[in-house]
Each structure stands twice: as C-alpha cells, then as structure tokens.
Design a protein around this ligand. Structure first.
Ligand code: FAD
Length: 518
C-alpha cells in the first residue's frame, strides 16, 4: 500500500509538471486523437442522454461520451485525463444503467463512459468442486446474468429488487434485497474484480491479491476505479417460488416476526416488508395477483385508512414434493402473529419473482409515470431505534404511501464485510427503510416534488436531532463536511484510499465527495 502510494506520488508530480497544458476548449480535440477500439460521441443527443438519470432532477452536461469496446479503451481514456494533470478539470463518470437518483453517474464538462457498451467475451460460467461463479463485464445488466446462468440451472445468490441495473452500478453501492439477510448484499458475493484505477492502471484484485483495492471498490461509490469485470458467486436456482404476504397492524409484532425470520436457521429465502398508510381500496391494490388463503374472511377485512405493515416472504422450490413444501411453510407461518384473515399466497417462476419490478415498470411506462422525478430516500436504521423511528415517521411525518412503496426489512450485519467502503450502522441487526416515492403530476399541474423533498428533510432532521445512528444508503450530500459525518470513523481510510487510487479525483465526480484539485 505504502509503495503504491510513493510511486503514485511521484507520477502525480510528473503528470502535474509536464501536463499537457490543454485549455478546456481543446479537450474534445485531445480526446479525438486517442487510439480507441470503440468510439467517442460528441453530438448533442448523446451528451443530453448522458446527463439524465432515474432521479430525473439533476442534469450535468459532459463534453464526450465514450463507448468502450475494450478495457484498454477505458484505461487509455483515464490515462489521458490523468496525464493532463489536475488543472484540466476534466473528470470521468462511469455510467451503468443511469439509475442513480442525484446525478451520481454524470459529470459536468467531463467524459461519461457508457459501461453497457463494454461487451467482453461471452459470460463465463464455472462449475466444479467449488462454489460456482460467473465472470461478467462491469457493464452487464443483472437481468442478462440471470437469464444466462439459468441455462446452467444456476443463479447469483444476492439481488436487488430491480434487475435492469448494471453490476458496476450496484457493486459501487451494495446491492440489497430480501436475500441479503442470508447471503449478505451483492458486495458480499463477489470473489474477484478487474479495475481501471484513476491513474489508468488495470488491476485484478480479490481477497488474496490487491485486497485493499478490492475492499475499497466494493460499496466505494465509484471513487477508486472503474469495475470492468466481476466474478459473481452462484447457487443452484430454484424452479418455482412460493411468495407470501401477510398483514400486521401492530408494528412490534411485525418487527418481532421479521427479526425471528432472519435468524440463522430461517426457513425462508427472501424476507422483506412494506408500510401501508392511508391507502383506500387496499385489498384491491396491495395483493394484486395474490390469492387469499381464506377468501371469505379476506373479503371482510377492512383496511381503509389504517397504518398496516405487510410482511413479504418467499420460499424457493427446487424439486421437493409440493405437499412437503406446503406443510413446512404452514408450520412456520403458524408461529407468526399476523392478522389471520390476511394471508395471501401465490406461486410464480423464479424469473417472474426476481423480475417483478419490471412488470410495474411496464405498467408505469404505459401511463407515462416512469420518467417522473424520483426523490427517493434510503436509510439504514439500527434495530434499537426502529421503533422510535416508526412511531415518529409512520405516525406523524408520513401521512400516506400512495406515491410509491415504503420498504422496511432487517438484515444481519454479520453478512457485511467491514473492510468494504459501504457505511452501515454499528448494530448486529439493522433495517433498510426505503421511501421510493414518485413525484407524479397532479391534476392541478403540480407534482408534489417540493412536498416530498420537505418530508424527506423532516425525516433526516428527526434522525439527526435524536441521534439515531442512521446511515443513508445510496447516500447524497452536498458538502465534504456532510460526507465526513456520513463516513464517521471510516472517513480517514476512505480519503487515504482516494489519494492512492484516484489522486487527482478524476472518477465519479457526480457523488460530490472530492473536487478535482490537488
Ligand atoms: P449508475 O446510476 O449508472 O451509476 C451509479 C454510480 O456507480 C455512479 O457513481 C457511477 O459513476 C458508478 N458506476 C457505474 N458503473 C460503474 C462501474 N462499472 N465501475 C465503477 N463505478 C461505476 N439498490 C439496491 O441495493 N437494492 C434495490 O432493491 C434497488 N432497487 C432499485 C430499483 C430501481 C427501480 C432503481 C432505479 C434503483 C434501485 N436500486 C436498488 C439502486 C441501484 O442499485 C443504484 O442506483 C445503482 O447504482 C444503479 O445501477 P446503475 O447501473 O444504473 O448505476
């Protein structure tokens, strides 16, 4: 680590002293001279596209978009920017599927690298006397990995709720879903990475080799290098999934059951949950495509206007006889304290289960409601504070959940590697609470964006005021002081890693953690 630091220090001095002294207006010309297998775009359409994201609130205009054909295209571009020295102000943003929320995959006046163009050779699936794995490009979509690995009866172990995201994009954050309690987040299910650092060096890293870089990059918000390849651990894929939803009105009973379910010998493979506040006509809504176990009782359940908590479970089915699976599920459900008339069960294929959000995407797209502003707020909340949080936030601040789901589920800290860059609360169990709100246009022309933002602000202010030890997931801050507070005791390590792997702060400027000046 020290040797690497000294070598870099020297190369920084050389780069700075002999920098090409290019004025910013000459940048496109200098980029055009690069020997690339892929190509750079400078046209308005490409630049405009690269200055958007799913959040639909921030727009930074790049000067060029790189469509890499090879890892060496990425290395050549970054080396070029690095050798221009810090005075050029040119930065580089890897863009996965552009599903960030606040411009994290964008750069003002820099180069966007369209990672999905990096189609390396076919995905390589490896099976033997070891945990099976697949080698994939950092720009690959998880949905493609699912389809390819299923051809071998295998699949990754840990997911996000939505699969039209890239490997590099989710590994830069963590990648969390209902399987995380068992397998950890996606960053705990990676064995090896290939990285292009902020100096343009191509480095292979793992637990055994260049481990500092390996741990830095996982959850590293794109700050230390561009993930060009990843080795993802696989498991045997189930053929079907038994998907269950039950309701609670008592938050304590809900979290008690959730926490019991994520214990070591859990009978289920996926555990999530969500909050329902003041949603009328609920039964026609939340259980769509689910069948009530007891239709008569279910039809009498009146949910209107209540605050309810929905526990969502899944049991993977391989080749076990169905009656055995049903008996086992029934036995475990009988130990839970949900409202008995609200048991809803459905059986779907594994792909239908994992790709479920895409179905909602299609529906929303058809109504023009997908490309709206998304002022999302994602929080990790320590178990000891989740009740205080729920009382204030679900009891007072949030008055309805009609503009998008509010997810809530616990995970086990033991499944997270504390050497990675991601920041989590310091308790054995913590909750992910995700306010996935859409600012949908109203009939009066407004779309409630300001209202949602002020609600988010109130939630954050409450957490801060009461010192709840909450950490933002997919964090967003505007000042380095706020970033320091976010990282807490991890800040110094994060900063040192930045100095080593991206000393001129070229990479991922959209996170607004470091400025490109030395
Ligand atoms: P981008 O938005 O393109 O990039 C994100 C950041 O990573 C940027 O800073 C970018 O510069 C950097 N980056 C991108 N590619 C690379 C690379 N190859 N190497 C290094 N850095 C890179 N997250 C969860 O954990 N769980 C969920 O269930 C979940 N569900 C979601 C559902 C939807 C509908 C959406 C829109 C997002 C969801 N997310 C979820 C959040 C998502 O994981 C992150 O926003 C992720 O970063 C998006 O991936 P992307 O490929 O679009 O990345």
């Amino acid at each position: 680590f020290l040797k690497r630091f000294i070598a870099l220090f020297l190369s920084c001095i050389i780069a700075t002293r002999f920098n090409l002294c290019l004025s910013n207006s000459n940048i496109p010309f200098s980029l055009k001279t690069l020997p690339l297998e892929g190509h750079l775009s400078f046209d308005e359409t490409s630049l405009n596209k690269a200055s958007t994201d799913f959040g639909n609130r921030y727009q930074y205009h790049p000067v060029a978009v790189l469509h890499p054909n090879s890892v060496s295209d990425i290395a050549t571009t970054i080396k070029h920017v690095f050798h221009m020295g810090p005075s050029s102000h040119l930065t580089v943003a890897a863009r996965g599927h552009g599903h960030s929320l606040q411009g994290q995959s964008q750069t003002h006046g820099g180069v966007v690298i369209k990672m999905e163009s990096l189609k390396q050779s076919e995905m390589q699936i490896h099976v033997g006397n070891f945990t099976p794995y697949v080698d994939v490009s950092g720009g690959e979509l998880w949905i493609n990995i699912l389809h390819e690995t299923l051809r071998y009866g295998l699949a990754p172990r840990s997911w996000t709720d939505y699969l039209h995201l890239t490997v590099g994009g989710t590994l830069s954050n963590a990648g969390v879903s209902g399987q995380a309690f068992k397998h950890g987040p996606q960053i705990s299910n990676v064995q090896q990475l290939q990285i292009v650092t902020g100096t343009g060096e191509v480095v292979n890293c793992s637990e055994e080799k260049n481990e500092e870089l390996f741990h830095s990059v996982l959850g590293g918000l794109g700050q230390f290098g561009i993930i060009t390849q990843a080795r993802i651990l696989l498991e045997e894929a189930p053929s079907m999934v038994k998907w269950i939803r039950v309701l609670y009105s008592d938050f304590e009973a809900f979290t008690r059951d959730q926490e019991r379910l994520i214990s070591q010998d859990s009978a289920f493979d996926y555990i999530e949950g969500f909050v329902i506040i003041n949603r009328t006509g609920l039964l026609n809504n939340w259980r769509s495509s689910f069948n009530p176990q007891d239709p008569v009782q279910a039809s009498h359940f009146n949910s209107d206007g209540k605050t309810l908590f929905c526990l969502e479970l899944a049991k993977y089915i391989n080749f076990q006889p169905m009656d055995i699976v049903n008996q086992e599920v029934e036995r475990h459900l009988s130990e839970l304290n949900y409202i008995q008339s609200t048991l809803f069960v459905t059986e779907v294929t594994y792909v239908e289960f994992l790709d479920r959000v895409h179905v909602s995407e299609m529906k929303l797209r058809s109504k023009g409601l997908w490309d709206v502003p998304h002022p999302w707020l994602n929080l990790f909340i320590p178990k000891s504070k989740i009740h205080n949080f729920a009382q204030v936030v679900f009891g007072n601040i949030l008055t309805q959940t009609s503009n998008g789901p509010v997810l809530i589920y616990p995970v086990n800290k033991s499944k997270w590697d504390n050497r990675s860059s991601v920041v989590i609360p310091d308790e054995d169990i913590f909750y992910l609470v995700a306010f996935l709100t859409s600012a949908v246009p109203c009939s009066n022309g407004s779309h409630g964006l300001e209202h949602i933002l002020s609600q988010n602000k109130r939630i954050l202010e409450y957490c801060e005021r009461e010192n709840l030890g909450v950490k933002q997931y997919l964090p967003h801050y505007n000042t380095q002081e706020e970033w320091r507070a976010h990282f807490g005791t991890q800040w110094e390590t994060f900063r040192q890693r930045k100095l080593v792997y991206d000393p001129f702060a070229i990479l991922a400027p959209g996170q607004r953690i470091f400025q490109k000046t030395i």
